[in-house]
Design a protein around this ligand. Structure first.
Ligand code: FES
Length: 159
């Protein structure tokens, strides 16, 4: 994994925070570590095609998940739903280089949140091993189960 790219992305993560005018939202929790990630999508029409205008995220996850989510929100801009659905966790995290085995699930959590958001407009199905939650609490902190005690998760506050 490219540590310099990771640190540079974390120093200035893009598209971090809730999107109040989103068209779709997807939330997943990772069974591997108990972290959570939520992604919002906003679409627009370009030349008769519906494409992703912008995306944002909130994460109670590790640094790798935050960096991959930031990169993913950039990567999917301008893509159709179908194009975005084709993206794997490996492709979403490509700028970081290959993730070490213990960090692969972090990228999969981002992929799961993206697919949950993409599916939110159609059938609520998901092909990722990450389990989408049914929780639609307005902020990710509202989604945390009681067992997710403060101090055990990394909380990223957004403005
Ligand atoms: Fe949980 Fe990375 S360790 S998302």
């Amino acid at each position: 994994m490219d540590e310099a790219t990771l640190q540079a992305t974390l120093a200035n993560p893009e598209n971090l925070g809730e999107m109040t005018d989103a068209d779709a939202v997807g939330t997943v929790g990772s069974p591997d570590c108990g972290d959570m990630l939520r992604m919002w999508l906003k679409y627009k029409e370009v030349d008769g095609r519906k494409v992703i205008d912008k995306a944002s995220f909130q994460s109670f996850g590790c640094q790798t998940a935050i960096a991959v989510a930031s990169m993913a929100t950039r990567l999917i801009q301008g893509k159709t739903r179908e194009e975005a659905l084709q993206l794997s966790a490996q492709e979403l995290s490509a700028p970081l280089g290959p993730l070490p085995p213990m960090k692969i699930h972090c990228g999969q959590m981002v992929e799961g949140a993206l697919k949950a958001a993409l599916d939110a407009e159609s059938a609520p199905t998901i092909s990722s091993p990450i389990t989408p939650t049914q929780n639609t609490a307005p902020t990710l902190s509202d989604s945390l189960p009681p067992a997710h005690a403060p101090g055990k998760v990394k909380i990223v506050f957004t403005s």
